[in-house]
Write a protein that binds this ligand. Structure first.
Ligand code: EPU
Length: 417
């Protein structure tokens, strides 16, 4: 078990460079299997979710090399065999392999994917996409066997703009015969990154980033090179750290447009932000104003920043409300913030935060990735020492978080317990 120990109250000054986006990289790596040649992906973050996907690639027989941030994948001689449950349940993104293998071989056997326990997270929309494109899905408990004599284009209307179902449908459609149209598609930048990667291989995808995506199937996908986009959630987390403790804290290597919803909320609170094309500089202010926030699909306020933002809202004057519309169980960080001194009430899908309240160092637990990020932020602000257990969750998604924060003045260490 791993624990993070933080001595709070230290100003953050200097520069944090943002890594490649977890939620892009975890889709690009499985998507690489669709190519019959060598593909190269740069700016791959060094996080444990990528290690888990690497394990699946190696298990299937792909040849993988990682040199710094560059990953080279040759899957020309992989074997399409069942991916064991112990590996697939390590992370949500394992089901992108299900789609790549189905798209390439028209047959796949796999188990239900894992992922943070933040709600039910069904995969019905992905399965709906598979069926629309001509596959039959056999479900035995957690295990899926999916087959198709032929995959053909179809119109797929998603009941909700699911990121996973959008990516999965694209992965199956790129080699299917004819045209697939995904309606009510998710518009997240990570989807654009995946579509660009596949187009670089020779796929024909248009409309990624809008709610209608069109894919014309092709027979062959070849070699290509792509770069993972900067992680907007990692960037947002450090921007919130800046609003809490920053003194000209510079966050660089970002696409500011991708964090617009956060920048606007921070400005509404009265936080001091200097914006450049690919960087922001943030300084904490004496007094911040409470705000109302509602999570939505992109370009709305991201659910993945909802928990980190809660820490900041405890420092704002007046009542703030935060409504979570994507997941049913994404407030597990709240009781720990309350232990640290916050005044937060949960009311169904909403929380009400009354502030400002000083945070006091405490022993807390990371129940999931972004809850962990929220508690790291609380530890940076709190008076005294905070220990956070179960931080394996945090290391799944934040590259070098200890080094990045230490370099800007935080007193933070990782311990093995
Ligand atoms: N949903 C369904 N049926 C489906 C698919 C989704 O009911 O078939 C529901 C989910 O239960 C959820 C909502 O739709 O309530 C949105 O789910 P979505 O499919 O968009 O989420 P995801 O693809 O499983 C990705 C990210 C999440 C991020 C969401 C929303 C990856 C690997 N994960 O999840 O990231 O919260 O999109 O933006 O890309 C994180 O990084 O901490 C994280 C959880």
């Amino acid at each position: 078990m791993k624990r993070i120990r933080i001595e709070g109250g230290h100003k953050l000054q200097g520069t944090i460079r943002i890594s490649g986006a977890k939620n892009s990289a975890v889709a690009l790596v499985p998507a690489s299997l669709l190519s019959d040649e060598v593909v190269k992906i740069d700016n791959i973050p060094n996080i444990s979710d990528i290690d888990a996907l690497n394990e699946i690639l190696m298990y299937l027989g792909a040849k993988v090399t990682r040199t710094g941030e560059l990953m080279t994948i040759d899957s020309s001689s992989i074997i399409n065999k069942e991916i064991p449950e112990e590996i697939s349940k390590k992370l949500r993104a394992s089901y992108y392999f299900m789609s790549s293998l189905l798209g390439k071989y028209k047959h796949v056997e796999m188990y239900f994917p894992g992922g943070c326990a933040i709600g039910a997270r069904p995969i019905d929309q992905t399965l709906k996409g598979y069926r629309a494109l001509g596959a039959t899905v056999k479900e035995e408990g957690n295990r899926f066997t999916i087959d198709a004599d032929e995959l053909h284009g179809a119109e797929v209307y998603l009941d909700m703009p699911s990121v996973g179902a959008t990516v999965n449908t694209i992965l199956v459609a790129v080699k299917a015969k004819g045209e697939t149209v995904i309606e009510n598609a998710a518009k997240e930048p990570e989807i654009v990154n995946v579509a660009t990667f596949l187009n670089n291989m020779g796929a024909k995808i248009t409309g990624a980033g809008t709610s209608t995506i069109r894919i014309t199937g092709v027979d062959y996908l070849g070699s290509c090179f792509t770069e993972v986009i900067p992680d907007r959630i990692e960037a947002g987390t450090y921007m919130i750290a800046g609003a809490l403790m920053g003194e000209n804290l510079r966050i660089e290597n970002i696409i500011t447009e991708h964090v617009d919803s956060l920048i606007n909320k921070l400005k509404e609170m009265g936080v001091s932000i200097k914006e450049e094309r690919d960087a922001v500089e943030i300084t904490a202010v004496e007094k911040m104003k409470g705000v109302r926030v509602k999570t939505l699909g992109y370009p709305g306020f991201p659910t993945d920043l909802q928990q980190p933002l809660t820490t900041l809202l405890t420092q704002c004057t007046g009542t703030s409300t935060l409504e979570e519309t994507i997941y049913e169980n994404r407030f597990q960080n709240v009781p720990y913030l309350v232990n640290m001194g916050a005044d937060i009430k949960i009311d169904g899908k909403k929380i009400r935060i009354q502030g400002p309240n000083p945070l006091i160092g405490s022993n807390v637990v990371a129940t999931d990735l972004r809850a962990g990020a929220c508690l790291v932020l609380a530890g940076l602000k709190a008076e005294g020492e905070t220990t956070i257990d179960n931080v394996e969750h945090v290391l799944r998604g934040y590259e070098n978080i200890i080094e990045k924060l230490t370099n800007v003045g935080a007193k933070i260490v990782l311990e093995e317990i």
